[in-house]
Design a binder for this molecule. Structure first.
Ligand SMILES: Cc1cc2nc3c(=O)[nH]c(=O)nc-3n(C[C@H](O)[C@H](O)[C@H](O)COP(=O)(O)OP(=O)(O)OC[C@H]3O[C@@H](n4cnc5c(N)ncnc54)[C@H](O)[C@@H]3O)c2cc1C
Length: 437
């Protein structure tokens, strides 16, 4: 069994197959595992290619952690949902969810939110109530901005709450973001259990959060991981898979999980006629960037809470990496495309430095800085995107697709990636005679 791609989707598939006793060869083109959620160097520190945040609703990821013998608290700190949005020119918003069953915790949180007028609170509650009763379908998709207009949400409430939530969850501006996917995320997070809306903030770098323990698990249980090896083509005979090509080498295999990014997936599938319809959808996928700035302050500098929302830009969220054992290090995240993409790293670093200085005038000037721009961080969760996403089974027997861009029903997230990898493993095992994972 071959798995191509050592991002979180490929790792999830490889771990589940290994767990079921199927020997796996995992092939990754980079020198390290993790893909778009990986560890990078910043001086002597191990940081991430982008600050990530997980949710209590990430059940597949939590299941995978258990599988490889990791406890949640070794990897993340679980915090009940608390949002503080700060701006130099706006009193901002503070929403805290009390210990009540879902969705009452959210309703009580909205009712007691500091910084919202009575009208804004009632509008948010009305929106929440209607959503809880609605049955969104991808066929009736429209933009999040349109949805919010339909529900007469006040402009300030959109700016303080819905827009930042949409950018964080979908990595897509509200004018083009899919209302269907946005509602899906809200329902996943707020409808079932109170813990689903918990924020899970990494206490380690992302490499230690899954890729490295997964590598050890796979190797310890008889699998192989090949790093720095690029798959250059698939070999088919009609609608049957024969194997994969790695330059001039050929690796025969009747079963394959292709867990690469959507652009590479398209490249590998497009020479083969059985994938024509599937490739037509992939060609139309668009992408959005995520930019992360690391700013290093003296170790005594701390945020009032582990994570804060920033109004007025360019930074949208700031995370205190003290939680990950890196006191004084701040990670500022900017989701989706915007004016910051036209600025060079120096100018953007200065602008974010000024933004933080306005909010925290007592902080000294940051020392070292690093800007990481992931240009294709996720597919754009735009209106109508669900019709473009492929399922995990393909018209070619033995060829399965995994990745955050497949039809998971979620936006491009770690949970979507893990879910897709595990779904492939389950499909393969079902075909092989009813073993379950
Ligand atoms: C900056 C940033 C911030 C993010 N923040 C969050 C967040 O807060 N919360 C959240 O849930 N999600 C977040 N995401 C999204 C999340 O990281 C992705 O959804 C997830 O990592 C995608 O995993 P994947 O396995 O589907 O794809 P990838 O990570 O892209 O994995 C594909 C792998 O295939 C390899 N590969 C490609 N071509 C070949 C080939 N020919 N041969 C062999 N190997 C190949 C690649 O090197 C890569 O390792 C963020 C993403 C970024 C970039």
């Amino acid at each position: 069994m071959v798995v191509v791609g050592g991002g979180w989707a490929g790792l999830a598939a490889a771990v589940e197959l290994t767990h079921a006793g199927i020997p796996v060869i995992l092939i990754e083109s980079a020198r390290q595992l993790g893909g778009r959620a990986r560890c990078v160097r910043f001086g002597e520190l191990r940081v991430d290619n982008g600050q990530h945040i997980l949710l209590g609703a990430y059940r597949e990821w939590l299941g995978l952690l258990q599988r490889i013998g990791l406890e949640e608290r070794q990897v993340v700190r679980r915090l009940p949902l608390e949002l503080e949005m700060m701006g130099a020119r706006d009193p901002g918003l503070h929403l805290h969810t009390p210990a009540l069953p879902a969705p009452l915790h959210l309703l009580a949180g909205l009712l007691s939110a500091r910084g919202l007028t009575l009208r804004e609170r009632l509008a948010a509650l009305r929106f929440g109530y209607r959503l809880a009763r609605s049955r969104p379908s991808p066929e009736q998709d429209r933009s999040v901005a349109t949805l919010l207009r339909e529900h007469r949400q006040p402009a300030r409430l959109i700016r303080l709450l819905w827009e930042p939530l949409c950018l964080a969850a979908l990595n897509t501006p509200i004018e083009i973001a899919s209302a269907h996917l946005f509602l899906q995320v809200l329902r996943e997070s707020f409808r079932h259990r109170r813990q689903d809306s918990d924020l899970l903030l990494p206490v380690t770098d992302l490499g230690s959060a899954l890729p490295e323990p997964a590598l050890h698990y796979i190797e310890r249980h008889g699998g192989q991981v090949w790093l720095n090896r690029r798959v250059s083509g698939l070999r088919l005979s009609g609608t049957r898979l024969e194997g994969v090509e790695l330059g001039s080498e050929f690796l025969p295999s009747r079963q394959l999980v292709l867990a690469v990014n959507p652009v590479m997936c398209r490249r590998l599938l497009s020479p083969h006629a059985p994938f024509t319809d599937l490739v037509r959808g992939l060609v139309r996928l668009e992408y959005q960037p995520i930019t992360t700035l690391y700013l290093r302050y003296p170790e005594t500098v701390r945020l009032p809470r582990p994570m804060l929302g920033l109004l007025d830009g360019p930074g949208q969220w700031v995370f205190d990496r003290g939680l990950a054992g890196q006191p004084g290090l701040m990670a500022v995240v900017i989701s989706a495309a915007g004016a910051h993409m036209a600025q060079d790293n120096e100018a953007l670093g200065n602008a974010v430095g000024r933004q933080l200085a306005e909010l925290f005038p007592h902080w000294p000037v940051a020392g070292e800085r690093m800007v990481i721009r992931e240009k294709r961080a996720t597919f754009a969760s735009q209106v109508g995107v669900e019709a473009l996403r492929p399922g995990s089974a393909t018209p070619v027997a033995g060829c399965w697709l995994a990745g955050d861009f497949t039809a998971t029903g979620l936006p491009g997230t770690l949970e979507g990636a893990v879910l897709s990898g595990r779904a492939c493993a389950r499909g393969i095992l079902r075909q092989q005679g009813g073993k379950s994972v």
